[in-house]
Design a protein around this ligand. Structure first.
Ligand code: CA
Ligand code: CA
Ligand code: ZN
Length: 426
């Protein structure tokens, strides 16, 4: 089966259509800077003294009016992405879709894989602690259809109704103040197959969410159905929707667009979360606080600079070079190999991509440069974007942005597997 190409998911508070849009965005920006409950929020990681490290020009800023920006630091209101993160898991079913297996089995579709995924991707910096104080199904009072949950459903009114019912059912046994984020694992027989419609969604950074025990359920992921492509890999890969959804809880935008995965391919789980395992871009790891500032090299000055980059999957060392173009864009450069969470890399090398902090989630905030344009790709794995699978640049190859006078050349790969990259800029 072909994977769904048009997955539309809503994040944060949905923006009303029409004339009220600008007002809603303004209200959002105000609300997020005056969070009533700082314990639930984060000022964003990797905020250590950018000027002292010379990284200032490379920390491209978040843009006003962009709901989920690639900029740094991540806007407040999202869950913290380092240290111990406590995730509340609630398994829910409905009178017209009662759970057909024990709720604990639904939980086991996602754990411990999700915890392992975050430990590996974060080099041990995010300790994801899944908790399920209620081990049975929480039965909702209404049939599934009556909540009106559809693809791209806005928060109001269906989700508010559903969340209120979840809170009412769970509140006596759950202290919601103990958790950094919430996963609602819906019985797979409620709603359409994920092959037809992906309903899974995250509402993140939303401090106007319904309250429970006095705290807003501001960072909540809903997982529906099963992302099972029929290839027999569900037990190994089906959990990956959850790290994707939780990526939003930590402030990461969607990298796929209405056209599918053609912007970033399989190089980030925010682009493709079906199929073989994949990692996050180095930019995202820096944004999440999983790379230190001294693991990032900023090519801001005119002239030529060399950068020796170690593979992103291994712990320690220089991981990311960044070439700022404007206050809100630049090129990121990193080494990707088949290691760690990166299972599908078939042509290891230097990945080069443009980051735009003024482009919103789902609109293509990141674009990977393909070193082999119009190629058939080097992978035949299902649900892995083929064209971009061979995008990485090899020793002797050069990426050129003529309009901006930028050249990024891969000079060599040394015996250790590190790559020497040369950046020339005006
Ligand atoms: Ca309670
Ligand atoms: Ca290609
Ligand atoms: Zn998403």
């Amino acid at each position: 089966m072909q994977q769904p190409r048009h997955r539309i998911r809503k994040h944060r508070r949905p923006v009303a259509l029409g004339a009220a849009t600008a007002l809603v965005i303004a209200a959002l920006a105000t609300a997020s800077s005056t969070l009533p409950l700082p314990s639930r929020a984060s000022a964003g990681p990797a905020a250590t003294a950018p000027r002292a490290t010379g990284l200032g020009p490379c920390r491209i800023a978040s843009s006003m009016g962009v709901q989920m920006s690639e900029g740094m630091p991540t806007q407040p209101g999202y869950a913290r992405s380092t240290g111990q993160v406590h995730a509340l898991n609630l398994m829910i079913d409905f009178p017209d879709a009662p759970g057909t297996e024990p709720a604990k089995d639904r939980l086991a579709e996602f754990f411990p894989q999700t915890t392992d995924w975050f430990r590996t991707s974060s080099y041990g910096r995010l300790t994801y602690i899944p908790e399920a104080p209620i081990t049975s199904w929480l039965r909702m009072p209404l049939p599934f259809a009556e909540y009106g949950i559809e693809r791209g459903s806005p928060y109001e009114p269906g989700y508010r109704h559903l969340v209120n019912d979840i809170v009412a059912a769970a509140d006596p046994k759950v202290d919601f103040t103990e958790y950094d984020l919430v996963n609602i694992l819906v019985t797979p027989n409620a709603g359409p197959s994920a092959l037809d419609t992906v309903l899974s969604v995250t509402f993140s950074g939303n401090d106007e969410a319904p309250l429970a025990d006095g705290v807003p359920l501001a960072n909540t992921s809903f997982v529906y159905s099963r992302q099972d492509d029929g290839s027999g890999s569900y037990a190994q890969t089906g959990y990956r929707v959850l790290p994707h959804e939780n990526g939003h809880v930590f402030g990461l935008p969607d990298l796929y667009t209405m056209e599918g995965g053609g912007s970033v391919g399989h190089w980030d789980i925010m682009s493709e979360d079906w199929g073989a395992n994949n990692d996050l871009l180095g930019w995202h790891k820096w944004k999440l606080g999983w790379l230190d500032n001294d693991q990032v090299s900023c090519a801001a000055r005119p002239g030529t600079t060399d950068h020796v980059l170690e593979p992103l999957a291994t712990r320690g060392g220089l991981k990311l070079a960044f070439v700022p173009l404007t206050a809100e864009s630049g090129y990121a450069v990193e080494v990707r190999t088949q290691a760690g969470n990166d299972q599908a890399v078939c042509r290891p090398g230097v990945l080069i991509y443009k980051v735009n902090s003024d482009v919103d989630t789902g609109q293509g905030p990141v674009s990977v440069a393909d070193s082999t344009k119009d190629s058939p790709g080097c992978t035949r794995l299902p649900n892995v974007h083929a064209e971009l699978s061979d995008a990485a640049f090899q020793p002797g190859e050069t990426f050129t942005d003529r309009a901006n006078g930028i050249r990024i050349s891969v000079l060599e790969k040394d015996a250790k597997g590190d790559y020497r990259v040369q950046v020339t800029r005006p």
